[in-house]
Design a protein around this ligand. Sequence first.
Ligand SMILES: *Cc1c(COP(=O)(O)O)cnc(C)c1O
Length: 378
Amino acid sequence: MRTLALRAFSLMSVLRMATYADLANRPVLTQPVYEAGRPIEVVAREFGLDPSAVIKLASNENPLGPSPLGLAAAKKGLDDCHLYPDGGCTFLREKLAKKWALEPGNFVIGNGSNEVMILLAQAFLRPGDEVVFGSQAFIVYKLATMLFGATPVEVPMPGFRHDLKAMRAAVTAKTRIVFLASPNNPTGGTDDPADILAFAASLPEDVIFCLDEAYAEYLEASADLRPLMKSGRKVVLSRTFSKAYGLAGLRVGYLMGATEVCGLLNRVRQPFNVNLPALAAAEAALDDDAFVRRTREVNAAGIAQLSAGLKQLGFAFIDGKANFLAAQIPKAEEAFTTLQKAGVIVRPLRGYGMTGWLRLTVGTEAQNARLLAELAKL
Ligand SMILES: *Cc1c(COP(=O)(O)O)cnc(C)c1O
C-alpha cells in the first residue's frame, strides 16, 4: 500500500512539481508590494543622465544630508564593525528614557520604525483579527496587517483627511490594532493632538493604538501619550531617525510603550536588528538639536516656497506641515516620467488610490525651484 501511494505521489510530482508558491504561507501570496522612491543611480542609468544632476524628492529624506553628529559617530562606529552591536541598544534606550522622562524598558529600537510596526503585527495579529487605519494611510500598516493574515479595515478619508469618528466606529470586537500617522504619509494632513488623545482614550482597552510620529519633529506640538500609557491604556508611539535626523539609510526607529509590550516585542525581534554604526549615529544624533532646528527652518521655508509655486501654477495640493506636499498634477503618471527625464524624481500616488496626485518632498531652496520650473513646463 505504502509503496503504491509513494509511486502515485512521485508520478504526480513528475506531472506537476510543487511551486514555491504552493509551499508558501498563504498571506505571502497576497501581500501588496511596497513601491519605494526610485534611487538616483537607477533613474540616471535608465534615462542616460549624470547621477550628480539628478535630484530625489521622492522619499521624504532630509535635503540637508545626515545629522553631522550622527554621521561622525557612524564613521567612528565603522572602526568597530568586527564586533556585534549592542543587541540591547543600552545607551540609546537610556538616552531616549531621559528625553521622554520614562524608563529604558519603555523603548524598543528597530531597523527603522517600519520594523517596530512589523514586530507589533507579528506579536499581536493572527488570521481573523482586524486592523483599522485610513484608506490613504501609510502603506506599511497594510503590509504588516496582511503579512500575518489579519484583515485590513480601511476607513475612507474624505478630502484625504482622517475621519476619527468613522475610524472609531470601524472598531469591532475583532479589532486588535489601530494605526494613525500624524502627519500622515502620503497625504501630509495632520490631526489635532487633542483629537488624537480623545480618540486614543475612546478605544476599547483591549485595542492597541499605534501613533506613528515619523514627522513629529516638523510640528509645533504633538500628542503626549504618556499619561494614557501610564494609566495602563494600550497606546504605543513610533518615531524615526530617518526624517528630521537625516539617517534614513542607516535604518533606526523606535517604539515607545509600556514595559510589558516592549518586553514582548523584544522577544520577537532579531537579537542584533540595529547595526553598530546606525546605533552609534542615532545615539549621537539625538543630541543634534542645532541640526534638527535648521532642518525645521529649511523645511518651513521650503513648504512656503512650494505652496506658493503650486498655487501660481494652479495645481491643487493638500496643506501639510511635514517635509512633503501631495499635489494634484495634470496627467500625473506621465508627469512622473517626464520629470525623471529632466532629472527630478518624485513619487506617484496611484498605488494609494490617488490617481492624478504626486508626492513632492521638500528639498533645498534650489531643488524646490528646479522642481517648480519642471512642473511649469508640463
Ligand atoms: C517615513 C515614514 C516612517 C519611517 O520609516 P523608517 O522605517 O523609520 O524609515 C514611518 N512612518 C511614516 C508615516 C513615514 O512616512
